[in-house]
Write a protein that binds this ligand. Structure first.
Ligand code: GTP
Ligand code: MG
Length: 331
């Protein structure tokens, strides 16, 4: 059997090897990725993001258990930590939390440390997703910690984005502060067993109702034209629902799974899937061009030239812009 056939037949060892090559930016992975690309496009990609410690990994773990026990769908999980260069601890913790999924041949878990992302975290994550999609996983969950541009970039890879909130951060809702409510298709209020859950839900709801992250953004995101809006009737705008969960007890995960499927059906019927695909690929191409250009530039410029430009700027002989002009345009 060729490597491609082995991968497509679901061999876990060659899959793990390819994922490592992708993470390390190993050039050997490139032709394999090129050949596998034609098999992509079947997976439902689900992003899970939110402030640190809100229970994302616990939720992913038990949601996967729910999915595996109620459907035949296979699940790949990618845990990314863009905020910390020391992902070791988080990965270890995730291994413990996701331990009960081990041994299930329909589940594959991959934790990614940011150090492994030579071409940029978003590009590497996109490549990992591409591999899982090609080899036939039905669902791909992408967990990211924190609340910054990296998360927004990564959730762009997803069809359905879950933003996880939890009570106990005072009256402050972390995601609202950071603006990631805007990317939520489903809001999860986890740790519903803790005090303060009513307050947090009220705050989330009033934020949605203000339209700040609700109808207007949704509309822009999910409708391509006025014609679409007419065809969709009342379903033209997806309003993010708020679902309570207790991830440690698998409480509420059935409702979350149903809502994820509902959102996918909505995307299918509203034309959103097509549009998300184009948007995502456009962003992906730009990201890759950017990563390649900067690598080519580094290769050709050399440290000596960079050092001399830097010294000129340090000595205030050149402004940063003048240095960039020289770096890019002088031979
Ligand atoms: N009481 C309670 N604790 C929970 C719940 N869900 C998760 N936890 C606990 O919250 C802590 C953090 O959970 P994680 O699943 O690691 O959270 P996370 O969002 O993945 O964390 P990071 O990846 O580090 O950002 C753990 O100690 C969990 O056991 C819940 O529903 N209720
Ligand atoms: Mg986690």
């Amino acid at each position: 059997m060729s490597l491609d056939e082995t991968l497509l037949s679901g061999d876990r060892l060659s899959l793990a090897r390819l994922l490592t090559q992708v993470e390390n930016g190993d050039p050997q992975a490139r032709p394999v990725l090129d050949r596998l690309y034609q098999y992509t496009g079947h997976a439902h990609r689900i992003g899970i993001t939110g402030a640190p410690g809100t229970g994302k990994s616990s939720l992913v773990n038990l949601l996967t258990r729910t999915i595996r026990s109620t459907s035949a769908k296979t699940v790949a999980i990618i845990a990314v930590d863009p905020s910390s260069p020391f992902t070791g601890g988080a990965i270890l913790g995730d291994r413990v939390r996701m331990r009960d999924l081990a041994g299930d041949a329909g589940v594959f878990i991959r934790s990614m440390a940011s150090r492994g992302a030579l071409g940029g975290l978003a590009v590497t994550t996109a490549q990992l997703v591409q591999v899982f999609d090609a080899v036939g996983f039905d669902l791909i969950m992408i967990e990211t910690v924190g609340a910054g541009q990296a998360e927004v970039d990564i959730t762009r890879l997803a069809h359905t984005t879950l933003v996880v909130e939890a009570p106990g951060f005072g009256d402050d809702i972390q995601a609202i502060k950071a603006g990631i409510m805007e990317i939520a298709d489903i809001l999860i209020l986890n740790k519903a067993d803790l005090p303060g859950v009513e307050n947090t839900e009220r705050a989330l709801r009033s934020n949605l109702e203000m339209g700040y992250s609700g109808a207007i953004t949704r509309k822009a995101r999910h409708q391509t034209s006025a014609a679409d809006a007419e065809n969709d009737g009342n379903e033209g705008v997806w309003t993010p629902p708020i679902l309570r969960t207790i991830a440690t007890e698998e409480n509420g995960t059935v409702a979350v799974w149903k809502m994820i499927q509902k959102h996918y059906r909505y995307l299918q019927s509203s034309g959103g899937l097509e549009r998300l695909l184009r948007e995502r690929l456009c962003k992906e191409l730009e990201d890759r061009v950017q990563a390649n250009l900067i690598n080519e530039w580094r290769d050709t410029t050399g440290t000596f030239k960079m050092e001399s430009a830097l010294q000129q700027v340090v000595d205030k002989k050149w402004s940063p812009d003048q240095a960039v002009d020289w770096l890019l345009h002088s031979n």
